[in-house]
Design a protein around this ligand. Structure first.
Ligand SMILES: [Zn+2]
Length: 244
């Protein structure tokens, strides 16, 4: 048989392809299983924010390697030139596929993630005391429950604290959302790639006067930059000191 010279190579390449595809799918399924096993919405939020794009990227790379192996699993004859052509074509197609997926994950996929994150963040939290939904406090209402450090952090950094209150028992659940980990929509290119790059305090707040904070935003897609000044609330004293 003529093709027997490459038969063992072909079956090896085919096995590598199937192995990679199985592994790539396993990575995705493993992620989904882990995500669905997380009971808390805030933990789910963090998990998606931290891992989802990375997991999908690695899974894609593994699947692409599998495709490259598959592409080379039906060799009937091979000359030196054909070897070069095959290696070149395989590397080029693999790279192009990886670049396309990388761009999809970086610039389109975040819209999809964002929608799910929003749902997770504002889904009413259930009180462990009563089993009933808790209430999300407004910016004004929540300050009582945040300590000075948290308030300062909310003022100075792009950090948001959500405070959930069980109105029956007074049970409080505080969740922290970090702004610099989280991109918003770019006003220039409309991708979900606009992030706080740097923050500087122009004027520190005193007990009576507001301060001023300058936030530098930058888009990781089109490079658009913007600055936004935010007022810093006067540094409120601790309640016991205020009554004195
Ligand atoms: Zn942009």
């Amino acid at each position: 048989m003529v093709e027997s010279a490459y038969a063992s190579w072909n079956s090896l390449a085919l096995n590598i392809a199937y192995g990679c595809w199985a592994l790539g799918l396993l990575v995705v399924v493993g992620y989904i299983v882990r995500l669905s096993s997380i009971p808390d919405n805030k933990d789910k939020y963090d998990f998606i924010n931290r891992h989802e794009v990375k997991v999908l990227w690695y899974a894609s790379l593994i699947l692409i390697v599998g495709a490259c192996a598959f592409f080379n699993s039906n060799i009937l004859e091979l000359t030196t030139i054909m070897t070069f052509v095959r290696v070149f074509l395989t590397a080029m197609m693999g790279t192009i596929a990886a670049l396309i997926i990388q761009n999809l994950l970086k610039f389109y996929y975040p819209f999809f993630i964002e929608k799910r994150l929003k749902v997770l963040r504002y889904k009413p939290r259930i009180s462990p005391k009563t089993g009933k939904p808790m209430k999300l406090l407004s910016e004004e209402e929540e300050d009582v429950h945040l300590d000075e450090g948290m308030q300062a952090e909310e003022n100075v950094f792009s950090v948001d604290y959500d405070v959930w209150k069980d109105e029956e028992t007074g049970f409080i659940k505080i969740e922290k959302y970090a702004g610099h980990l989280h991109a918003i929509q770019c006003p220039e290119c409309n991708y979900q790639t606009f992030k706080v790059a740097r923050e500087e305090i122009l004027r520190a707040p005193t007990e009576t006067e507001e301060g001023e904070l300058l936030k530098h935003y930058q888009c990781s897609y089109c490079g658009y930059k913007a600055k936004k000044t935010v007022a810093l609330k006067p540094q409120v004293k601790a309640p016991e000191a205020a009554t004195a």
